[in-house]
Design a protein around this ligand. Structure first.
Ligand code: GLY
Length: 345
């Protein structure tokens, strides 16, 4: 047998910087005069002046609009505006905008540059970093997409000043996740500094966001395509995505993840994958920040169909992540959906 190895590793340098500070975005965007902009409707309403005189597509910021149809609209916008292969799409908004914009950028002319300007806490700490792009399709979350790394990420914490409380808490769920799976000291700090966090102390928030991005960057560097350690970032997401879907997206991503983390660890406790202390401390922090730990399923069949259709599932079963101890996580594959069903029903 002859073999020809096509070595694609490191042929393209995909490195980029995550730039974090406050009050710098207007100046930075002035360096993107020729770019195409994708702005989410909420950001556009608050910060319309940022887009004055720029080619801008305004996207409705809802999970329902995170669709292949919206991607086609963005592709038309790029095409009609004469975007070429060396063009750049700058996505300014929350996770929906970043994921959708990144996916459109990955498709247009087989991939153009894109830049992430996350404006929500959730997108700052998670979705803007790491190159996962995509949209929801039929009954599942984020089930079509591509890995396409941004050229740069600009995190301006001033955007958080206009974020509503619900959306802020939505992001805090992902922040708690980092502590639960990777760093017990960070986890404890989130409890100790809860008052400052809730008051949106800018220094504390910048520290927290920087720390989350540092953890995420390490993970992505080690495992860009989620063959190993990156799977841990899915803690809470197996249940979380099913909750979001079952609720018709009335439950936002972070809230689904918060409940999902708790339920996954409760299931893990029953199956021997995590400690009682882990469940107890997770429960404590979720209570402190006011997250729901329970979710009443609306349609059991649809819920378990969504769970089984999870991207991480394969023919052997589900893959579920557990925070075995606070600050330490593992994933377990081949878990039968029926076992989860027995636990939950
Ligand atoms: N949001 C999880 C990841 O980027 O891998």
């Amino acid at each position: 047998m002859r073999k020809i190895h096509v070595d694609l590793e490191k042929q393209v340098d995909e490195s980029y910087d995550i730039n974090l500070s406050s009050g710098f975005i207007e100046d930075t965007l002035s360096h993107y005069e020729d770019a195409f902009f994708l702005a989410d409707s909420t950001v556009y309403a608050f910060y319309g002046e940022l887009f004055q005189g720029r080619r801008t597509f305004v996207l409705e910021a809802s999970e329902k609009a995170k669709s292949i149809e919206s991607v086609i609209s963005v592709l038309e916008f790029l095409h009609d505006g004469g975007c070429r292969r060396d063009g750049t799409l700058v996505a300014v908004g929350g996770g929906i905008t970043g994921d959708l914009g990144g996916f459109a950028a990955s498709l247009y002319m087989r991939g153009i540059n894109y830049v992430q300007v996350p404006t929500t806490l959730l997108s700052m700490v998670d979705s803007s970093v790491g190159g996962k792009t995509g949209v929801n399709f039929l009954t599942s979350k984020n089930n079509i997409g591509a890995f396409h790394q941004p050229k740069a990420v600009y995190i301006d914490t001033d955007f958080l000043k206009t974020l509503d409380d619900d959306e802020f808490l939505n992001g805090m769920a992902e922040v708690v996740k980092y502590g639960a799976i990777f760093d017990a000291d960070f986890f404890d700090m989130l409890l100790e500094k809860k008052a400052e966090v809730i008051a949106r102390n800018q220094d504390v928030l910048l520290e927290i966001i920087t720390e989350c991005c540092r953890m995420k960057a390490e993970v992505v560097k080690e495992d860009e395509k989620e063959q190993g350690v990156r799977k841990l970032l899915n803690f809470g997401h197996t249940f979380g995505h099913a909750i979001e879907t079952d609720s018709g997206f009335a439950v936002k991503h972070g809230f689904g993840v918060a409940t999902g983390m708790y339920l996954e660890n409760m299931f893990g406790l029953k199956e021997g994958y995590c400690s009682e202390d882990s469940v107890k401390r997770l429960s404590e922090i979720l209570d402190a920040y006011g997250f729901d730990k329970e979710y009443k399923i609306k349609d059991k069949d649809a819920f378990f169909a969504a769970l089984s259709a999870d991207k991480k599932a394969d023919k052997k079963g589900l893959t579920v992540v557990f925070a075995s101890e606070i600050g330490k996580a593992e994933w377990v594959s081949g878990i039968k959906a029926d076992l989860v069903k027995d636990f939950y029903c």
